[in-house]
Design a protein. Structure first.
Length: 452
């Protein structure tokens, strides 16, 4: 049996709970995959600050980065694709998501994952915290709650009010999640009497109200803060940051500020957000969420299949080659075209590379050589290798020499296994672009003075 945990947020004790579950699976011989934000990778290694004392006999706990943001955003589409690939590769027997966002995105990833059916890979959802109900993301969270509740085989909630919410959202099997306050290896806290607490807080004989919970708006601390501000209830709080602002104030300008930021930073993201908001208002929350994620996936596919392929030229007096469009005064060499592929060479980008080679090199009069800078190419599949072989055939038919520069080891290994490097020749594989250009100039009898 294998288990995959999906961790979206670490608030409200979620991180500690997932640590306890992962450690428990490991010591019982269950291989475990944890998918979550990159800054929590160290939290899932055995050690004093992670899963506890080292256990040589424990099954492995593998951590893979799935970058969830602090709040719902259009970038969650990337997290869905990443999660889909990990689940398809690892093939766990059960997926346990923690939090509404993690549950909703895991449900989408499972829908896309390469499994015979959804039933073959059940989703368990644990809900630790109530979703926001009074800020700009409340509607989005209601849509995520609806999707996660109806997709999960079992929903575990830490409190009765959360159980009621998830049942109303359509969950089929809702149960209570029992989260122990500490693990057996942790030292138990020393007992403290109520009188000690009163003395420590200076409460005297006044009524003492103890409210324990994460200081977030959905926890309902607003009424208590109002009592404190009106002088009816004495209050003492210990919290990092501005407590009252965090609990009481609902930043009504947050959504407008975020839209302005999107319009300033990336206009396409802005229009996706506009489309998602419009769909939410006209059709419904779920439709808005699906449209937003769908448009993000379309954008991702477009970007992945149209990687930048700039023509390069040399900065005068150096060996540095940079984009000609940005530096039109840089040195170009007669008959030699330097082209860089910024991205992997695979089935989705192979034809684009061939078209670009035809456009900038094979169609140019007097073209003698193409130097393909592979420094930005970190991945190549079998179709990409086949396309490189086709490009080699095209260049030979046109009487143009093909040279490769800055090949990375994984890409070199694939091209070697497919026999492409052998056909190109070791003398046409170079460590950097400058060596490739000089080698071509030496063969063709050109000189650096030939630069245009």
């Amino acid at each position: 049996m294998k288990v995959a945990f999906v961790l979206g947020t670490t608030a409200g004790g979620t991180l500690r709970h997932v640590q306890m579950l992962a450690a428990g699976c490991a010591v019982r011989g269950v291989p475990t995959l944890v998918c979550g934000p990159a800054d929590h990778a160290a939290d899932f290694r055995f050690g004093p600050h992670g899963l506890g004392p080292d256990r040589p006999d424990a099954s492995p706990v593998r951590f893979e980065t799935v970058q969830f943001g602090d709040r719902p955003s259009l970038r969650d589409g990337l997290a869905v694709l990443r999660l889909r690939r990990l689940l398809s590769q690892d093939q766990p027997d059960v997926v346990h998501a923690h939090g509404l966002r993690a549950g909703a995105l895991a449900a989408l990833a499972l829908t896309l994952a390469t499994r015979p059916s959804r039933a073959a890979l059940p989703l368990v959802l644990t809900v630790h915290n109530a979703p926001p109900s009074a800020n700009s993301t409340a509607a989005v969270y209601r849509g995520l709650q609806f999707l996660a509740a109806r997709s999960a085989a079992v929903v575990l909630c830490v409190s009765g009010d959360l159980e009621d919410q998830l049942r109303q959202a359509g969950a089929r099997d809702v149960r209570r999640a029992l989260v122990p306050p500490w693990t057996p290896d942790d030292p138990a806290p020393a007992p403290v009497s109520p009188d000690d607490v009163r003395r420590e807080l200076g409460a005297g004989e006044r009524p003492l109200i103890l409210a324990a919970g994460r200081l977030a708006p959905q926890k309902g601390f607003g009424l208590l803060i109002e009592g404190i501000s009106d002088g009816f209830v004495p209050g003492i709080f210990a919290r990092h940051g501005h407590l009252i602002d965090e609990i009481v104030a609902v930043d009504s300008d947050a959504a407008i500020s975020e839209m302005r930021r999107l319009a300033r930073v990336q206009r396409f993201d802005f229009w996706i957000a506009v489309a998602a908001i419009t769909a939410t208002l006209l059709v419904g929350v779920l439709a808005g969420v699906i449209i937003g994620i769908g448009l993000s996936l379309i954008w991702l596919i477009f970007v992945a299949t149209h990687p930048p392929m700039p023509v390069l030229a040399r900065e005068p007096g150096t060996q540095v080659f940079r984009e000609l469009d940005e530096h039109p005064g840089d040195e170009q060499f007669a008959g030699v075209t330097v082209l860089r592929l910024d991205g992997g060479l695979f089935f989705a980008t192979a034809d684009a590379l061939e078209d670009r080679v035809r456009e900038v090199a094979l169609s140019a009069p007097g073209s003698a050589a193409i130097v393909l800078d592979c420094g930005g190419m970190d991945f190549i599949d079998s179709q990409g290798s086949a396309k490189m072989s086709e490009i080699l055939n095209l260049t030979k038919q046109a009487g143009v020499t093909l040279r490769l520069a800055r090949l990375k080891p994984p890409v070199r290994a694939v091209l070697e296994r497919d026999g492409v490097l052998g056909r190109i020749g070791d003398d046409k594989i170079h460590g950097n672009i400058d060596h490739a250009v000089n080698a071509q100039l030496a063969v063709s009898g050109g000189h650096h003075a030939d630069c245009e």
